[in-house]
Design a protein around this ligand. Structure first.
Ligand SMILES: CC/C=C\C/C=C\C/C=C\CCC/C=C/C(=O)SCCNC(=O)CCNC(=O)[C@H](O)C(C)(C)COP(=O)(O)OP(=O)(O)OC[C@H]1O[C@@H](n2cnc3c(N)ncnc32)[C@H](O)[C@@H]1OP(=O)(O)O
Length: 285
């Protein structure tokens, strides 16, 4: 695993916490970074896979491990954010789906399912400080959290239909958990990307913030709103509200991987992904 867990911004040597400080291979290899504020107990989970935090197998596995660590340590809040100044996450790394190795493709989708199950179902309160563009899988991660604060002039949405791909049911239930059904249906079928202002207006994000620091503070303020609640009662309430969405995927996890593999391997989907990748590369030139 390549992620780093830092407590109070330094490696903690106490016996209690020693177990969950995961050693780094090398600083430049880190794909996620976790910092726990030892006063508040809030954890900041930062995605760090330049240039665009494309969710490849390694980043997904890293994210999963970090979410589990934060949960095990009984942190009082998890804020998901990005090390990039302009991109929260570009969503799934299309290179994982284009001309894929079949075994890796299965592992990739399973890793995404595991991240979603861990984040959407987390016992720890979750928030996203969306400090950049957040299309598709990036939007899924943000929408899986309980609260979202976004910086201005970026875009967010589930744009799959614009790429000729179909968001699976659990992407859609995540959206429906946040948005009124009719707005969710329109947004999903159009593959609409919302500006920060539009996202605020429809309730896809809860607040805007001028800077990342302000966004982090607003997420912390959200966590502080639970100060007078019992953490177990809070979690059990969230769990019941999200139960059906989670159960639906758990019941169909293997079938869902098979559907994904079948879908991605269709020649028309491969052709579309190839053209899309080309258009992204041309744009970068
Ligand atoms: C009937 C069927 C039933 C059920 C279906 C079953 C299963 C479901 C099947 C499939 C579901 C799949 C769900 C998919 C989810 C996804 O997340 S797909 C990914 C969608 N993402 C996007 O569309 C974002 C694309 N990227 C951008 O819009 C922009 O790059 C950006 C706004 C994020 C950033 O813009 P810039 O800062 O200008 O950066 P560049 O565009 O120059 O990009 C830099 C660099 O990164 C490469 N890149 C960007 N995004 C991706 C990506 N997602 N994957 C891979 N690579 C990406 C880009 O090409 C540049 O590369 P270089 O040129 O530098 O090599």
């Amino acid at each position: 695993m390549q992620s780093a867990l830092i407590v109070g911004k330094k490696i903690c040597s106490s016996l209690l916490l020693r177990n969950w400080v995961r050693p780094l291979s090398a600083a430049s290899d880190k794909l996620t970074n976790v910092e726990v504020n030892d006063k508040t107990g809030f954890a900041k989970l930062t995605m760090n896979r330049p240039p665009v935090n494309g969710l490849n197998l390694d980043l997904l596995r890293d994210l999963h491990q970090s979410i589990q660590d934060i949960e095990k340590n009984k942190c009082r809040g998890l804020i998901l954010t990005s090390a990039s100044n302009t991109i929260f996450s570009a969503g799934l790394d299309i290179m994982e789906m284009y001309k894929p190795d079949q075994e890796r493709l299965k592992q990739f989708w399973t890793a995404l399912q595991d991240v979603w199950l861990a984040l959407y179902g987390s016992a720890v309160p979750t928030a996203a400080a969306i400090n950049g563009h957040s299309p598709a899988g990036g939007c899924l991660l943000a929408a899986s959290c309980e609260y979202r604060v976004m910086l201005p002039k970026y875009t967010i949405g589930l744009n799959e239909t614009q790429l000729g791909i179909v968001a699976p049911k659990w992407f859609m239930s995540t959206f429906r958990n946040v948005l009124p059904r009719r707005i969710a249906e329109q947004a999903l079928t159009q593959g609409k990307m919302f500006t920060s202002d539009e996202a605020l207006k429809i309730g896809l994000v809860d607040e805007l913030a001028a800077t990342k620091e302000e966004a982090l503070l607003k997420c912390e303020k959200f966590f502080a709103s639970f100060a007078k609640t019992d953490p177990i009662a809070r979690y059990l309430t969230k769990k019941q509200l999200r139960h059906n969405d989670i159960k639906e995927l758990l019941d169909e996890k293997v079938q869902d991987v098979e559907n994904f593999v079948l879908f991605v391997n269709q020649p028309s989907v491969q052709k579309g992904l190839g053209l899309y990748l080309e258009s992204l590369k041309k744009k970068a030139k």
